[in-house]
Every structure is written in C-alpha cells, then in structure tokens.
Write a protein that binds this ligand. Sequence first.
Ligand SMILES: Cc1ncc(COP(=O)(O)O)c(C=O)c1O
Length: 425
Amino acid sequence: MNAGQAKQKEAQLLLPTYDRVPLVLEHGKDVYVYDVDGRKYLDFVSGIGVNALGYGDKAVLKTIAKQSSRLIHCSNLYFHEFTAELAERLTRISGLDRVFLSNSGTEAWEGALKIARAYAKKTARLDAEPKWRVLAMSNSFHGRTFGSLSTTGQAKYREAFAPVVPGIEFVTFNDVEDLKQKFNDSVCAIALEVVQGEGGIQPVSREFLETARALTAGSGALLLIDEIQSGLGRTGEWFAYQHYGIKPDVVTVAKPIAGGLPLGAIITTSEAAGALTAGMHGSTFGGGPLVCAVACTVIDQIEERKLLNSNRDLGKYFVKKLEGLQKKHSCIMQVRGLGLMVAAEVNSADLAKATVPAMQERGVIINRTHETALRFLPPYTIKKKHIDEVVKALDATLSQLEPMYPKPKAQNVPEAELLAQGSTH
Ligand SMILES: Cc1ncc(COP(=O)(O)O)c(C=O)c1O
C-alpha cells in the first residue's frame, strides 16, 4: 500500500484526528526506518521519543520473544514476577518510593492529578476545606484525556472540549512572580514539565523550579512533574529534575519505558502514595508481564551501555553543531537542548512546516512542534556521525528554503529577548 492509497482509505475509515506525513513505514533497523518502497530514513523523531533503543534492539527482541511465549497479560487481580522488578528499578533511578503502572502518558498524568486531590483530602484539617486548586503552566502539554487536557496550557487543545475539569489555573511558565502570586493555601499541586516538549523544548528555569518546590513543601501541596517526554535518560540524567537537584512528590513517565510497547508509570513518595487505598485507582492492561519485562530490559540496557553519559555528550555536540548552523542561517532564531531533547527555533511557521518534508526528501525524519520549533528526539543509540548527517541535511534544506520564506513581521522574536534567553544546554 502506498501513501496515496493509505490516505484515501483512512480518510473514509478513521476519525480525522491525524494529519499524517505521506510516508508508509514498514520496518526499522538501528536508528533507521524504511518505507514500503525500501527508502531509508535516519529517524530523529523515534516515535516521538519512544524508540529510545532504536529498532531491532537484540536485548528487547529477546525479552519480547521469551516473555510473549510465556505470559503476555494477566489481570492486576494477580501478581506476576516483573511488577516489583520494574518498580525496584524505577524507584532506584528516581529516588522516590512507590510506583503505579498505566498504559500511556496521559493515563499516568491523570493518576498524578488524582493523587494530588486525594492527598489534599486525606491531609486536610478537620476545620478546613481541603486544598483543591492545581497550578499548571502556560505552554504545557500533558495529554488528551480530560484531566490532562485541563492542565495543558495551550488553548488549542482544550477549547473544543470545554468545560474542562474545574480548579485548574495557569501560571506563566518561568514567571516566578506569577507563581508566587497565584499560590496560596488552597493549592493542592503545582504541575509542570521540567522541559516542555510539545511546547518547543523549553526548559524550566532553576529559580522557577526551586520556587515551586519550596512553595509546595512549605504548604503541604504536592509537586507533580511530568517527565513523559524528558524522563528515562533522554536529557542525560534519568530524570530532568535531577539536573536541578530537586525531588518531586510525584513524577510521571511513559514514552521510552518499554521499547515501543505501551506503558506508563507514576512514581511517588511514600507520603503521596499514602493517599490511595485499594480500589481508588486501577487499570485492566496497565503493567502486564510482557511490557514490564521489556521495561526492565530497557532500563538495564540504558545502564549497561552507559547511555546517560552519551546522551549528555551527544546533546552538547548536537547543540554546538546547530549553533554553528545558526551563524550561517539567520532564520534560526534559537537553539535549545538538554541531552537528546533538542530544538532549533526558526523565524517562520511556514518555513518550519516546509523544512520537515524537505528533510525527509534528504533521508532524515524530524518533526515540528509549537509552529516554529524543529524538534529532534533521536534514539539514544545514535552516534556523532548521525548528528553530522542531520546537520548537513538541515544546512542544505535551509539554504534551499530560506530565500523562499522571508522573515514574517508578526512572528519576529525581539532580538533583545533572544539574547537574554540565550541557548540552553
Ligand atoms: C510531556 C507529555 N506529557 C504527556 C503526554 C501524553 O502522553 P501519551 O500520548 O502517551 O498519552 C505527552 C505526549 O507527547 C508528553 O509529551
């Protein structure tokens, strides 16, 4: 089936939720994917941050083969041997205490929000109304289910579904004064991504995160951190919050955890976990034996192959290379990155949009987020030569496209603002 045929059929059969790239992927090997015509693409999307070990990883395939022949699913009514194995790993690498397993990122985030409200009820003084407000961030993204949508600080995702969950207020991301002003004793949680992913790879400032930690700790509210995109090694630490030397009460992960199979996790302190009792939360599929066995293998592989160190080093190398390109192409307004979570912000949404298929023509897959950010989320298994290949393709692409997309006036980012922000890596 070619892309035209797939598009035509899907147009008749599917809900119209995806505006797909005309590319029918068939198989993958290492850091490359191949389409149905056998064309090879260097994959710097990796399933939007999912395929951390690339394609066809031997250890992952071995675990899938072994475990799928033994037990794929069993109900959470029963024990299986990999739940505690995985929870041991997740608590060790996060420095937290307890785990709940879900099927996706948004589901993990829903659970985190439920914990915040339940914890507030459990710890409320008898003579006081339980805390109930959640402070979420502008420009954030937490998923598509109602709680996640309600905390997502981008109106375009929420508007069609309003009214959303009540009690959520948005703080301007990285505006410490706004955070302090909106925080009071009625707040049960501050909710944020350490590096906003869909928001264009925007890292939280140290001062903002430290303030959020101090305010919540001081009042008995919870700090909820969404590391669904940034977690499990992508930024060069197991969790992006570890770059800042703070610990949240609750962190959520998903995307890369199970080698491409669907799994999410909530990891919490014992204190926060104490808000839940049997029956208050659950899932039919969440944390089955196959996905948990694979997740153990993924974490072990990241450790054995020292991929945190290499993600950190490769990220710095990548940002440097892109900054080099920025000197040549004035359309690149800013380069941002933490480990292998990298973006090049260009000065026009149309240019960013045109860049993605033009890169594909050159055999490189990237995507665009937040209109003007070219986003790079490669597998952890890339080498410097792959970064060189992407930078070379981007150089050629921008040389070709830049003259066709002059800097639009309305979208100009003030020069002074950019200079003040600088590159982060
Ligand atoms: C930070 C963040 N949170 C939550 C989600 C939602 O995850 P999922 O699509 O697995 O529900 C995403 C997905 O992109 C994400 O990047």
